[in-house]
Design a protein around this ligand. Structure first.
Ligand code: NDP
Length: 446
């Protein structure tokens, strides 16, 4: 390993020993960009890596809120403002009981390079809370969101930091966040949040963007590697925002989606009915165990879809981090998988990625493949600044162009650094990181 990278990794392993997801992300990124640091030994003296890996600022705060019975609860809120070198901090707010500062640092760190790949002027950040919106009434969620924003508002702004949705934060939560921000500030700063409703500054196609963008990226990969989508059996894990629209675009392009999942189990159906999944998840906020009865076909099973013996050539993990470990990676490959593209952030752990490389699987890391969401958030910001709204088709067309451009940047990095044409991990990390480093240097960022 490059000695500078090794030194920095070891320092962070000591300093952040209690943040396993952050260390995992750090290792995944840094070990794949050695060629940059071999070519630029001067970066060590400039402490480029230390500056890049340390967030510019982390804000933590209490979030007290009252439930419908009058009981007061206190959750912990965070905003990790990682890098503003390329533009305002940009990244979602995750609401999930598993949220910790280390998890948000992993997500924020990845976000810097993902945002750089979009070529749009946005820096990297991430926020969230260990609050669980599941099982809460709308009024409880509203009181939580209002309390969260009562602190967060002083740290964000259209040119400062622009949060968005993530796990547990959908249109309902963004509405409550925005409403509270507007009431406190007394101004209409629509560009302060993205993922907004259409009536108050949201963008058409934002909801679909991450999932659609993922499939646009997959189609580019297939084209480059002489594959076609028609009839390819496909597993999409998750059934949230990313998974549903990945499945929709996959089906529109003749991929055959045969399984989807949620946090409790998975469905298998040769004639998968996505409308039923949408009803269960987007309207009822329910569980996929209701699917067979509502759809009239298909089966439901408890546990992870990656522990099932399902024959599929394409796998699109769109649920959460670390869903696929070494054993599961070996299983999906045994069952015919030739292409994995990540809709979620870090759904494959480092050992799984190693297995993909060993077995020559075409693998697109989330940083490149799921960047369509944040790219469309940046398009929402542009529309807010210009005070106009593009049509669905206009936004979708721009999204397609951005995903193609991200793929082209990966190809450029492959050529420039003589990488294997399947090594999208190194290519995406190199392309994203080099852009950030160049901007740090010209801005004298120390
Ligand atoms: P949602 O909250 O809408 O959906 C998450 C899905 O994952 C749900 O189906 C949920 O199940 C399932 N899930 C949660 N925990 C687990 C678990 N431990 N095992 C299996 N399944 C689980 O989130 P999003 O779709 O917005 O986000 C999904 C992923 O995509 C995240 O990694 C996020 O960071 C990433 N991402 C999201 C973007 C966006 O635009 N929304 C942009 C880029 C990346 P259940 O329904 O039971 O809760």
């Amino acid at each position: 390993m490059n000695s500078y990278i090794e030194k920095v990794l070891n320092e962070f392993k000591v300093k952040d020993a209690s943040q396993p997801e952050f260390l995992q992300a750090l290792e995944e990124v840094l070990t794949s960009v050695e060629v940059i640091f071999d070519r630029h030994p001067e970066y060590e003296k400039m402490a480029i890596l230390e500056r890049l890996c340390e967030p510019e600022r982390i804000i933590t705060f209490k979030v007290p809120w009252m439930d419908d019975e009058g009981q007061v609860h206190v959750n912990r809120g965070y905003r990790v403002q990682y890098s503003s070198v390329l533009g305002p901090y940009k990244g979602g707010i995750r609401l999930h009981p598993s949220v910790t500062m280390g998890m948000l640092k992993f997500l924020g760190f990845e976000q810097i390079f993902k945002n750089a790949l979009t070529t749009l002027p946005i820096g990297g950040g991430k926020g969230g809370s260990d609050f669980d919106p599941k099982g809460k009434s709308d009024t409880e969620v509203m009181r939580f969101c209002q309390s969260f924003m009562t602190e967060l508002y002083r740290h964000i702004g259209p040119d400062v930091d622009v949060p968005a949705g993530d796990m547990g934060t959908g249109a309902r939560e963004i509405g409550y966040f925005y409403g509270q921000y507007r009431r406190i500030k007394g101004v209409s700063e629509r560009g302060v949040l993205t993922g907004k409703g259409l009536s108050y500054g949201g963008s058409l196609a934002r909801k679909q963007a991450t999932g659609y963008g993922l499939v646009y990226f997959v189609l580019e990969m297939m084209k480059k590697h002489g594959m076609t989508p028609e009839g390819k059996r496909t597993i999409v894990s998750g059934s949230g925002n990313v998974a549903i629209y990945a499945a929709e675009k996959a089906m529109q392009n003749d991929l055959k989606v045969i399984a989807m999942s949620d946090s409790k189990g998975y469905i298998v159906d040769e004639n998968l009915c996505l409308d039923t999944v949408k009803t269960i998840k987007e309207i009822n906020r329910g569980s996929l165990c209701d699917y067979p009865a509502l759809a009239g076909h298909g089966t439901y099973h408890e546990g992870s879809v990656y522990d099932a013996e399902l024959n599929a050539e394409v796998v699109l993990p769109c649920a959460t981090q670390n869903e696929i470990n070494k054993e599961r990676a070996e299983r999906i490959i045994r069952n015919g998988c030739v292409l994995v593209a990540e809709g979620a952030n870090m759904p494959s752990d480092n050992e799984a990625i190693h297995v993909y490389r060993e077995k020559d699987i075409l693998f697109a890391p989330g940083k490149a493949a799921n960047a369509g969401g944040v790219a469309t958030s940046a398009l929402e910001m542009s529309q807010n600044s210009m005070r106009l709204s593009w049509t669905f088709e206009e936004v979708d067309e721009k999204l397609k162009g951005i995903m193609k451009a991200i793929h082209a940047q990966c190809e450029d990095a492959m050529n420039q650094y003589d990488l294997d044409s399947r090594n999208y991990v190194a290519a995406a990390n190199i392309a994203g990181m080099q852009k950030v480093i160049d901007a740090m240097i010209v801005q004298g960022d120390y």
